[in-house]
Design a protein around this ligand. Structure first.
Ligand code: HEM
Length: 225
């Protein structure tokens, strides 16, 4: 682990965050329920239906049950509040600076991110019943955004950079779900498909709409019980 690099990244991220808030250009939005459907939270069917709860060949894990159970162990760096992805719409980027309670918590989140990114890059679809997750997979697989993750001790910095407004809107909606539902409440059964449909209907997505709709039609799975 390159500690200095993480420290610099963390410092830079925090500086960017402070600057954006200072300039009033942060578009952070933790509202939930917008274009989403809340369904009953049930144990057991949250991470197995789409084959995203296991381990891959390299032995890494999604850690979703752990994250869900320990969601309150993660805070915005330097505060006691729920982590929020800080958005810069003009740069089409989102930064997270998260402090975990323990090193184990931080490693579990780091593993989750590695596992998920590899899945998306390998053309797989975690949570294929949710169009927002399908759309994010589409964007990642087609190179419309990148993710970087750095950890130093209990601190984690995640940086997501999109190349199109459409991709930015999708990763932005995903960030709202992670902050407003996953971290805030450990709620992972909200369906964000309606939100994804609205984004896809917008003019920002006109050039990829047909291709993305085909992608969704080919991959979408019904939600199991
Ligand atoms: C419903 C089960 C879940 C699934 C299918 C899932 C899937 C994903 C995917 C696909 C990504 C994007 C990876 C990338 O862009 O490279 C991601 C990112 C992330 N996940 Fe999860 N996740 C789940 C639950 C959770 C939970 C319970 C937490 C924490 C309590 C969490 C925290 C995060 C964070 C912090 C990120 C990075 C920020 C972001 O992408 O917006 N996830 N997850």
């Amino acid at each position: 682990m390159k500690k200095e690099r993480v420290a610099v990244l963390l410092g830079t991220s925090l500086l960017v965050t402070v600057m954006m808030i200072g300039c009033g250009s942060s578009t952070s939005d933790t509202k939930k329920g917008q274009g989403s459907t809340v369904v009953q939270e049930t144990e057991g069917n949250h991470d197995t239906q789409s084959n995203d709860g296991g381990t891959d060949e390299s032995g890494s894990a999604s850690n979703i049950p752990y994250l869900r159970q320990n969601h309150a162990n993660y805070k915005e760096h330097g505060s006691n509040t729920t982590p929020v992805g800080v958005k810069d719409a003009s740069a089409k980027s989102i930064y997270w600076t998260i402090s975990a309670n323990t090193q184990e918590d931080a490693i579990k989140l780091q593993e989750h991110l590695k596992f998920m990114e590899e899945r998306l890059q390998n053309n797989q679809n975690p949570r294929a019943w949710d169009k927002l997750f399908l759309m994010e997979a589409y964007m990642k697989y087609n190179g419309y955004y990148t993710t970087s993750v750095e950890r130093s001790g209990t601190d984690i910095v995640v940086s997501k950079n999109a190349t199109t407004v459409c991709a930015y809107e999708i990763i932005s909606a995903h960030a709202d779900a992670v902050s407003g539902d996953f971290f805030a409440r450990g709620a992972i059964m909200v369906d964000y498909s309606a939100k994804a449909e609205n984004i896809l209907d917008s003019s920002a997505c006109s050039d990829i709409r047909t291709s993305a709709l085909n992608y969704i039609a080919q991959r979408q799975k019904h939600r199991g019980k």
